[in-house]
Design a protein around this ligand. Structure first.
Ligand code: NAP
Length: 285
């Protein structure tokens, strides 16, 4: 079975749209996302445009904060602090990566945790580790959402996560532990990656290496979440999983494109709504 990220994302976005309308009715203004873009990287510009379109589609407002390539760290922080103090903006999207010369960690740490729509602030990640409610990083949250949507049991499952980045691998492993899976995290120093992958009931791959997981590395009946988005020389997008060989053995698998990508975008909208609801003292619908 192919796990249809587009369809699940559409369901999440429909829920967010209803929640945003209810929020607007209660407070008189829409949930609003502050969008910070530094420099002119075409890929970042494209991502920002699509996130703003998503926001518009679900009734979430967005406000732009554009900085030139060579802007000063202090200037960026001053704007983030202004957004933090402004009750009409509820979430902050700081488009990453920042141009060279800027300190990403310092900029992320300047965002008020309550407005941390990407879930990457140390307080958000600490809450995740502590098992407390928090804004969860969008890609790992999207992976769990898609598994839940298809009713894939996590409790007691052998889950293997390939990749240990702050953005995806580590928070995803943490979410799986929180759901009582038994989790193994693999990385570039892992001995015999294939042996670990073959043990997995649920295999999540976020390594950034096109088609590195092949059919001989998985067992029959595995559920595969492919986070990878790799641009091939042909211009085509490929996941970290070789769909052709792995899908012959998998019980369920996400495609690339059309799997985790749309989920990530939908979860940003959900986080923005959640942040706005919490700031207004409203319980999420
Ligand atoms: P990253 O920061 O580069 O981290 C990659 C991780 O994979 C690292 O922990 C690395 O290990 C591990 N790794 C790399 N090659 C490996 C190998 N051959 N064997 C085992 N482990 C290996 O990347 P990321 O930000 O987590 O992103 C991962 C992928 O997901 C990328 O393709 C990215 O484009 C994609 N992505 C997609 C979405 C989406 O919405 N679909 C969102 C975010 C990211 P070390 O720690 O040892 O270096």
């Amino acid at each position: 079975m192919t796990l249809d990220g587009k369809a699940v994302a559409a369901k999440v976005l429909a829920e967010v749209k209803a929640g945003a309308a209810a929020y607007r009715e209660r407070t008189g203004a829409p949930p609003t996302l502050a969008v910070i873009l530094v420099g002119e990287d075409p890929a970042s510009q494209l991502y920002v445009r699509s996130k703003k379109r998503d926001a518009q589609d679900v009734g979430i407002g967005s406000r732009d904060f554009l900085f030139p390539q060579g802007c000063a760290q202090a200037e960026l922080h001053a704007t983030i602090q202004r957004i933090n103090a402004d009750p009409s903006m509820h979430g902050v999207l700081l488009q990453l990566p920042l141009p060279r010369g800027l300190d990403e960690d310092a900029a992320i740490a300047t965002i008020a945790p309550a407005k941390d729509a990407d879930g990457l602030h140390p307080v958000s990640l600490g809450n995740l580790l502590a098992g407390k409610p928090t804004l969860v990083p969008c890609t790992p949250a999207g992976c769990i959402e898609i598994l839940d949507h298809y009713g894939i049991p996590l409790e007691g499952a052998e889950a293997v996560v390939v990749g240990r980045s702050r953005l995806v691998g580590k928070p995803l492993a943490q979410l799986l532990i929180g759901r009582n899976a038994t989790v193994t995290t693999c990385h570039t120093r892992t001995r015999d990656l294939a042996a670990h992958c073959r043990r997995a009931d649920i295999l999540c791959v976020a390594a950034g290496r096109a088609r590195m997981v092949t059919g001989d590395m998985v067992r029959d009946g595995v559920v595969v979440i492919d986070v990878g988005t790799n641009r091939l020389d042909t211009g085509k997008l490929a996941g970290d999983v070789d769909f052709a060989s792995v899908s012959l053995k998998a019980r369920a698998i996400t495609p690339v494109p059309g799997g985790v990508g749309p989920m990530t975008r939908a979860m940003l909208m959900r986080n923005t709504l959640l942040a706005a609801q919490r700031q207004a003292g409203l319980s999420p619908s």
